[in-house]
Design a protein around this ligand. Structure first.
Ligand SMILES: [Zn+2]
Length: 430
């Protein structure tokens, strides 16, 4: 799964020499060392993971290396978890325009992650299998960490200095009844409620019926309904050059340990031992009730770093503002909110379940080499009469232009309607 495989050339290509010279300039900001550890105890055999530390933004240029860490916690079988592990990374990379510099690449990630998650879900569902999976997918590139997730596989950040923050939200109906979930479910003929037992008593967490899934987002789950959407919550942060530790783990850990407990139990240990310690502590607390998987990623300042531990404040702020200004379009309300969690810089955050909001109005980079429009989700070429704007007919169509991109193929348009709880009409707008 080398980066770049399966990607078609598109518009605005930048010559390789120019890209490499940009990379050289970026190298002046020293990159951290990334170390990782993994540990797991299986009960049902439905947790899968992906660790890939040799991805390259510019193929052949080792200074453009980044890492991917992911956990997929399957349910009703392992097919969706396996399929997602095999395909999600390629689908995300396939949705990234080519020829981007480092910063542009990082800025393009949130949207590519949304497209990649939806494409993976759509492809898996077309296979007619019934299982589902959570997916928490983490890209570590230099000091920047980008996390996309559906379901309840959590990723926390233990920043140097002791501030613990969560980079995911738990998409569980019980703890996090999202906007529109009940509406989406009811509109599609389903129900949200607890399990009823004899005598009428209700037990257990809130679930979607039919199916009984207690998640509001996942990949797969065709049998539950398409209102269980694969659109990920995405958060992108930049660590200070003091570094930090990520702990990514399936609910087998989080049902036993709080984020604080997990972070504190493994502080001071190298990543490999830390992952083992977290799993051990979860098992000690709760026993082996579920698959229990943990990846620890340490982002460590370069050893010979002579940089001060914090860069001059003014310069840092200015860079951040410039970086923000050109990065995101107006539809991302949260992303505009520039905030700093301790010394960690928050670059992007968006959790909307509406595809139109997530794909935005940006219509650059949509042409393939052949000059045709491409579908913003599955990247297929669209015939001139075929493209349907992501905004057409949607609840945001009043504030957007239905003839503007990004465009979807008719399959992905149907998928979008189904995710919003609408029955597909089969009527093409364009
Ligand atoms: Zn499509």
């Amino acid at each position: 799964m080398a980066s770049g495989v399966g990607r078609r050339p598109r518009g605005n290509l930048v010559p390789l020499a120019a890209l490499i010279s940009r990379e050289m300039r970026n190298e002046k900001m020293e990159k951290p060392t990334v170390r990782h550890g993994y540990a797991a105890q299986s009960r049902k055999g439905e947790d899968y993971f992906l660790i890939k530390t040799d991805c390259q933004r510019v193929p052949g240029n080792s200074s453009s290396t980044y890492s991917v860490f992911a956990i997929f916690d399957g349910h009703n079988g392992n097919a969706a978890a396996i399929f997602t592990r095999e395909n999600l990374l390629n689908h995300v990379l396939g949705a990234l325009p080519r020829g981007l510099g480092w910063e542009e690449w990082l800025q393009a990630l949130p949207r590519a992650l949304v497209a990649g998650f939806v494409k993976t879900d759509k492809e898996f569902q077309s296979r007619g299998e019934t299982s589902g999976t959570t997916a928490t997918f983490v890209i570590v590139d230099g000091w920047t960490v980008t996390v996309a997730s559906v379901g309840d596989t959590r990723c926390i950040l233990d920043a140097q200095g002791g501030a613990i923050s969560t980079l995911t939200v738990d998409h569980r109906l019980e703890e996090n009844m999202e906007e529109y979930v009940r509406e989406r479910v009811t509109a599609s003929g389903g129900e949200v409620g607890r399990l009823s037992i004899v005598g009428g008593a209700e037990i257990g967490p809130l679930r979607c019926w039919p199916g009984g899934l207690c998640l509001s987002r996942s990949i797969g789950d065709m049998d539950v309904g398409e209102f269980i959407v694969p659109i990920p919550y995405v958060k992108q942060v930049k660590l200070s050059n003091a570094g930090g530790r990520l702990i990514i783990a399936s609910d087998g850990i989080w049902d036993a340990l709080s984020s604080e407990m997990a972070a504190k139990h493994c502080r001071g240990l190298p990543a490999e031992l830390a992952a083992r310690q977290v799993v051990k502590e979860a098992l000690r607390t709760r026993g082996l009730k579920d698959d229990t998987t943990c990846i620890v990623v340490d982002i460590i300042p370069p050893e010979n770093s002579t940089q001060p531990s914090t860069p001059p404040k003014k310069q840092n702020k200015l860079r951040t503002l410039l970086f923000r200004k050109k990065s995101h379009d107006s539809s991302n309300k949260l992303s505009k909110k520039l905030s700093a969690v301790g010394i960690v810089e928050e670059l992007f955050e968006e959790g909307s379940a509406m595809l139109a909001e997530r794909l935005g109005n940006d219509d650059s980079n949509m042409h393939s080499a052949s000059g045709l429009f491409t579908c913003a989700v599955c990247q297929v070429d669209l015939a001139p009469s075929e493209g349907i704007s992501v905004h057409a007919g949607g609840i945001f169509s009043t504030s957007s232009k239905p003839w503007q991109g990004p465009f979807l193929c008719s399959d992905c348009r149907n998928k979008k309607d189904a995710m919003e709880g609408k029955r597909s009409s089969g009527v093409k707008v364009a």
